[in-house]
Design a binder for this molecule. Sequence first.
Ligand code: FAD
Length: 468
Amino acid sequence: MEYTKINSAILAEIENAIGAANVFIDDESLANYAHDETEDLKYFPEVVVKPNDTASVSALLKICNQYHVPVTPRGGGTGLSGAALPIFGGVLLSMEKFKAIIDIDTENLQATVEPGVITEEFMNAVAEKGLLYPVDPSSKGSCFIGGNVAHGSGGPRVVKYGTIREYILNLEIVLANGDVIWTGANTLKYASGYNLTQLMIGSEGTLAVVTKIVTKLIPAVSQTVLMLGSFATNEQACAAVSAIFRAGITPSALEFMERKGVEWVIKFDDIKFDLKDDVNAFLMIEFDGDDLDTIFKDCEKVNMVLEEFGCTEVLFADTAQQKEDLWRMRRTMAESVKSNSVYKEEDTVVPRAALPKLINGIKEIGAKYGFESVCYGHAGDGNLHINIIKGSMSDDDWNNKLKDGIVEIFELTTVLGGTISGEHGIGLVQRDYMPIKYSEIHLNLMRNIKKVFDPNGILNPGKITPNL
Ligand SMILES: Cc1cc2nc3c(=O)[nH]c(=O)nc-3n(C[C@H](O)[C@H](O)[C@H](O)COP(=O)(O)OP(=O)(O)OC[C@H]3O[C@@H](n4cnc5c(N)ncnc54)[C@H](O)[C@@H]3O)c2cc1C
């Protein structure tokens, strides 16, 4: 695809359409939006724009579509797959001024919100009305709800409540040519043709720009109980995961953490935690509800399952502070790893009973290629984040051999019935691995869907499918 560089005439048209005060070409702005949270990747846009209403996004896209200027939408910039990186330059479309929570409808249990609202702020706003929006990625303090939609995001509570896919009812979107539509209806059911709302979720800004979001809400729960089980081996902890569900219990979160991740969090985040020598893996299990007796009965059942799988100790977080500390330990694991070593993160997901095979396989592949890995993640969903550590690997091996190791990890994931991203998306860095899981027939369907929505290929080009 050939793209046009932004010249002074195109820039003037953009400024005229959306207001010069919303258009930035200074070095600092270009540098600020050249990266997200994906490793150390940097791609500079030619212009950063920060419109504040749908009409401005529409006017912008019309111009870019006419001149074949690439447009990369961006939310909070917390993505881990390089999806918000403007790899062909062009316009970086920041949605940060779309900050309004337009309506919280307590009768229908729905909210209408703009995509630039920080996820945690939205959760807090609905909580004030006694309601719950349970999609809480660990980055909830800085990611935007629009970015969550575009990435099909999850988080610790998916295991009970589902991903963002279960909570999005309707979207206002701007198409590549500037047309504006709503994708569905504000209803809990939808059997009215192709479901464009679901198609938009996880489309990573490659099909349209989301400008309004209607979410489902549920009643808030009043109680949570958090427990931490310790295990001698990764395999034991991972094997216990599916057994918990087979025992008829659905926790509200079920997270796996490897010892090394906990060690690094203790060092990085100064968290006080008594890490015993014989413990190599943890399961963090949360229950929620309104009735503590029911919750404790579930805890007892889980305790019995954990014992069967060799759990050496179960710790209950008694105070709100202990709960917060344990969750902080899990949430800061990615940053801790980052601060300690050059790394690469992969986001694998398999049917949950396959977790023991996945974790053992990852370690075997690491031994073969000479890399260490720190694994943690949403085990209840079969979703493991693998942080591959450069450690003592030579630059040559890191730059040339590692890719083969990652291919083997994704081949294993595929053989186990899983796929190459559970929640972080494909973006730029997983794009070339897509053929491991998906046939050319499948990829061509994706490419053709893209062409229908965006014939000139201006929206976030170079993402999701290899060889557009
Ligand atoms: C410490 C840490 C913890 C994390 N934990 C989790 C987790 O638990 N679960 C999880 O799922 N993810 C997690 N992530 C990944 C990341 O936070 C999510 O992918 C998040 O949804 C990205 O949101 P964002 O607003 O930062 O989007 P960005 O990174 O800015 O953009 C992501 C994608 O969305 C597109 N986009 C953004 N806004 C729009 C819009 N309005 N219209 C169209 N396209 C748009 C962009 O073009 C890009 O393709 C974590 C990241 C970090 C750094």
